[in-house]
Design a protein around this ligand. Structure first.
Ligand SMILES: [Zn+2]
Ligand SMILES: [Zn+2]
Length: 669
């Protein structure tokens, strides 16, 4: 028995994209399966609302906008439009895509926070917070950097992102430094407001027993529910939703962001939103597994406390890897959806299939261009595309139409068992299993076609051949209906090629068992094309170059910031540094960087210096310089060098000079 259709209204949401950067494949890891799921529900006759929107608040947006010299609102609007257009291009079709800075979300957040206050779930407490005396302000979340009190790693104000991963409450971070000016922060006391999460431990442990979704989310949540700490839900910021009655405070972004799910539903259906959020319903949240805590602990407690319907299922997708390396924008392991995919003319359906079929929804998904090419060429082109095309081509060429006649019982049985397996895989949020079953039907179709040899049959027995083609076309119809949620664009084309009436996006799965009518067929066009090696090489080159540039940047940053190990005075004394005077200078043949110098350092020395690009030999003669005299001798371009001229990094080499003339050979100490 399938979970759907259900009597209760169904609402599917996706974790809100943060309006602070571009869309990459990591985002699609959640949005594409959610879209496939909603389309599959509709294929089963289940109406479902599909809701998402931009997360507009929080300190990263404020900090980034400040750095760019624009307002947070301008930054949010830029990325809001970006995400909207990428989702449209990737055929992720939300019923409504909102923005958490909308007046509706401000109002709904206020109303929920007020309800929590009235019911005694919010209390004030004076806490110590990082404060910058230089900038005269409190330093919420990302405005402060310091040391994690749990593991000692360098951490941000709200999260130990490079160490233990713990959420940090305001004031918890040690050795706090202001992110704006870099000065050490002080701690000052101020009244803030806390959500009494600990009061919900009984509720949560019962609730989590009934919550549906994926095991990765629910099992973690059960662990966390044993030990609940109250949450500080206010911040010293201008940008955000005002905390009721306090002009200087906004609510923490993790309060108003999930409330967006409600307010977007309101904006989509002003009269109908309450049937999802105030009555018995099935709210299904698709999220990345890194935000499980917020969706399985904090959010249901808040909804319960304020008197709203709690989620029916939380579906958490595993993380993303690029070429088997951890996804990382700063290290260049990222594939942008626009510039690295859509702009190269790849069809969105190909990537949708990859995301659905690479691995189980809860496991880590690896993206590699080579695997992408293999999956497209072998599975989409080689199995599905091949079957649909050879069937349509043969039927058109020899019959010009879908032949009359019955479809075999055995074919219907195969289709029916595939449909059932696909539905039960979707019920378990197993998109790989579902798409594997679909592909298996395509393989079945191919071997049926192959074994019946219609190209022979047509010469001997036209009637028998027509019968084989009728069976193949019925399998084709079933495949198009099954694959529509995954490949909506290409299956729309295939539906027209099968001369089927109506809209494939509206047609139900049960139609797979309705005999395909004997319409005329047009000459079919190719549905899927192979991806050439050359194109994959080009894509690999782009990714490679990005990784190399990121590595070089990282290295420069490290070296610039590197503090060298301490040395003792005795170690310093081992250096024989002296003032010398350049007696002669000339270029070294074959090198555009090196000069050969004769320097008087109390004795005459020949020194090779890499300063030819910034200094002409003539301008050096007669000048005093500083020399490391006991540098180990070396031969450069065949010229021996006994000593090193000291210079500072700058525009070229900037030579050191004594403040005033001293005697040649004078020691530097
Ligand atoms: Zn830590
Ligand atoms: Zn400061």
């Amino acid at each position: 028995m399938s979970n759907f259709p259900s009597e209760e209204p169904v609402l599917v949401t996706c974790g809100l994209p943060y309006a602070n950067g571009k869309c990459h494949i990591g985002h699609l890891r959640t949005y594409v399966p959610a879209d496939i799921f909603v389309r599959a529900l509709r294929k089963q006759g289940q109406q479902a609302a599909f809701i998402c929107g931009s997360d507009a608040h929080g300190t990263p947006i404020v900090v980034n906008a400040e750095e760019l010299g624009i307002t947070p609102s301008e930054l949010v609007s830029k990325y809001h439009k970006h995400f909207e257009s990428i989702f449209r291009a990737m055929e992720v079709e939300f019923s409504f895509f909102g923005n958490t800075d909308s007046p509706t979300n401000h109002a709904r957040t206020n109303s929920i926070v007020e309800a929590l206050i009235e019911r005694g779930y919010v209390y004030p407490q004076v806490i110590r917070l990082a404060y910058c005396p230089n900038d005269n302000r409190f330093l919420p979340d990302r405005y402060v950097e310091g040391i994690c009190p749990y593991c000692g790693a360098v951490a941000r104000g709200d999260e130990c992102d490079q160490g233990c991963g713990k959420h940090l409450e305001p004031g918890e971070i040690k050795n706090a430094k202001c992110r704006i000016c870099g000065n050490p922060a002080e701690y000052r006391e101020q009244e803030h407001f806390f959500f009494r999460l600990s009061a919900f431990s009984g509720f949560l442990s019962e609730y989590l027993e009934t919550l549906g979704g994926t095991a990765n989310a629910i099992n973690y949540a059960k662990e966390w529910a044993r030990e609940l700490k109250d949450w500080c839900i206010t911040r010293n910021l201008e940008w955000g939703v005002r905390f009721p009655g306090h002009e200087d405070l906004v609510v923490y972004v993790w309060v108003d962001a999930p409330i967006g799910y409600i307010s977007f539903t309101e904006e989509w259906a002003a009269d109908g939103w309450e049937k999802y959020w105030r009555q018995k319903s099935r709210i299904i949240h698709f999220i990345g597994e890194d935000i499980t805590y917020h969706h399985c602990i904090f959010w249901p407690a808040m909804l319960k406390g304020a008197g709203y319907t709690q989620p029916w299922a939380v579906v958490a997708s595993g993380m993303l890897k690029i070429d088997d390396k951890k996804f990382s924008k700063s290290r260049g392991y990222v594939v942008w959806v626009d510039e690295d995919y859509l702009d190269h003319g790849f069809h969105p359906d190909l990537l949708r299939y990859y995301i659905a079929n690479y691995t189980s929804h809860t496991k880590e998904l690896n993206f590699s261009w080579k695997v992408f090419q293999d999956k497209v060429n072998n599975e989409l082109v080689g199995a599905l595309g091949n079957f649909l095309h050879r069937t349509l081509h043969f039927a058109h060429k020899n019959f010009g139409a879908v032949p009359e006649g019955e479809v075999d019982k055995e074919i219907y049985e195969k289709i029916q068992s595939t449909v059932q397996k696909v539905i039960s895989a979707f019920d378990e949020y197993e998109f790989k299993k579902a798409t594997d079953e679909m592909m298996e039907l395509a393989a079945y179709g191919n071997s049926y076609f192959q074994s019946k040899e219609p190209w022979q049959l047509i010469k001997k027995d036209r009637g028998a051949c027509a019968h084989v083609l009728k069976n193949c076309l019925q399998i084709g119809k079933a495949l198009v209906l099954l694959f529509e949620p995954v490949l909506p664009g290409i299956m729309e084309k295939a539906w027209r090629q099968l001369a089927l009436a109506g809209d494939v996006h509206v047609a139900r799965l049960e139609e797979a068992l309705v005999e395909i009518p004997s319409h005329e067929l047009l000459a079919p066009e190719i549905l899927f094309s192979k991806i050439e090696d050359k194109k994959i090489k080009e894509m690999e080159f782009i990714l490679d170059r990005r990784i190399k540039i990121a590595m070089a940047k990282e290295k420069n940053k490290l070296e610039a910031g590197k503090e060298k190990a301490e040395i003792t005075f005795e170690e310093f004394q081992k250096l024989d540094i002296r003032v010398g005077r350049v007696l002669s200078a000339e270029n070294i043949k074959g090198s555009d960087k090196l000069l050969r110098l004769e320097v008087d350092i109390g004795e005459k020395r020949q020194i090779v210096a890499g300063i030819a690009k910034s200094h002409a030999p003539s301008e050096l003669v007669g000048r005093q310089v500083v020399v490391l005299a006991n540098m180990k001798p070396a031969k450069l371009f065949g010229v021996e060098s006994k000593g090193m001229i000291l210079a500072a990094d700058g525009e070229g080499a900037v030579l050191l000079l004594p403040e005033k003339e001293v005697k040649e050979g004078a020691r530097v100490r």
